[in-house]
Design a protein. Structure first.
Length: 332
């Protein structure tokens, strides 16, 4: 048993007790980004349940259709062991006078693997609701990190060695691209890779451009988008002469800096469409300055999933792309 503090928690640091059980576990059930909440009906239907639903149903940012961060289901404590104890994501809510204060405990791989089960305890329903209101966002992040790490582990376990070697030879970095992806276009300083499904397309491009072409190697969003448009116009649309571009209709983008495996990247999220046709969806761009080669390196992922009958949420697809990006390692 190990106690750790999550550095991204707000206000007073909240300490989780994480337990990992040994031995071989059965495979967990459920789909990515599903969550089962174990709680008595009165608690689930009251303010605490309302707060839990609100924080987990908060809409995913920067995708072009409303989707919750997690798909949430509830089950009473009496039915927990018989029905969902092996689910990948479980949240247990408990109240009672035996609890002197509100707290929560995270346990990993207790009944299956991979699995995250968090138990939140509080003296009363009102104090539980207050606790979830304060720390609900952090609790969501904990489950999101668990799901991301599962996707990263899967990408690394089932990586396409041929594509990985092509990227290593062409661009000089390592990345774990899962099986099922195929190279669609390979030109000078540009590579387009995608996974085509009957109702969706998930893909990404890799490209470089001289650092000297960017003033002071500025990776501001405007420069990133200009470089992106110059590169992804090589991705053809469905009709003659059509091609991918950054959408101007959406009128918004999101930009932030982040670190992946020790390297600083500038992340830009936005929307793409096809010039000369009717297609579009979300994109996520990671750009970094590769000082060793004096170049800008960009990895740009996209999702196309227009069908309302598609039983896989768009959030799952864009997070799959992000998980692949989390495997990038660039030698200095």
């Amino acid at each position: 048993m190990k106690t750790f503090t999550l550095t991204w928690l707000t206000a007073a640091a909240l300490v989780f007790t994480a337990c990992r059980s040994g031995g071989v576990k059965v495979t967990s059930t459920g789909k990515p980004y599903e969550l089962f909440v174990v709680a008595p009906a009165a608690l689930w239907q009251g303010p605490a349940g309302d707060t839990a639903r609100a924080v987990f149903a908060d809409e995913v940012e920067m995708i072009n259709q409303p989707e919750p961060r997690f798909t949430v289901y509830s089950v009473p404590p009496a039915g927990y062991k018989a029905t969902v104890s092996r689910h990948r994501n479980i949240l247990v809510l408990k109240t009672g006078s035996q609890y002197s204060k509100s707290d929560m405990t995270a346990s990993y791989d207790v009944n299956s693997a991979p699995q995250l089960e968090v138990t939140v305890t509080a003296p009363s329903a009102d104090s539980l609701a207050a606790f979830l209101h304060t720390y609900g966002g952090d609790l969501v992040k904990l489950y999101e990190i668990a799901e991301r790490d599962r996707l990263v582990a899967r990408a690394e376990k089932f990586r396409n060695k041929e594509i990985g070697e092509l990227i290593r030879q062409k661009f000089g970095f390592d990345i774990s691209v899962p099986q099922g992806y195929r190279v669609r276009l390979d030109t000078t300083n540009f590579l387009w890779i995608s996974f085509e499904l009957p109702l969706a397309s998930i893909g990404f491009t890799v490209y470089t451009y001289p650092a000297d072409s960017v003033p002071a190697r500025n990776d501001a969003a405007g420069n990133i988008i200009a470089a992106r448009n110059a590169a992804v116009m090589q991705v053809p649309g469905p009709s003659d002469g059509s091609y991918m571009a950054t959408s101007s209709a959406a009128g918004m983008m999101d930009q932030k800096a982040l670190t992946v495996n020790g390297r600083r990247w500038n992340q830009v999220r936005g929307f793409w469409d096809v010039k000369g046709d009717f297609m579009g969806g979300p994109f996520i761009n990671y750009t970094t300055y590769d000082q060793a080669r004096n170049r800008m390196l960009a990895i740009d992922g996209y999702v196309y999933s227009p069908s309302p009958n598609n039983n896989v949420p768009m959030r799952d697809y864009i997070r799959q792309v992000e998980a692949i990006f989390m495997t990038v390692r660039i030698p200095e």
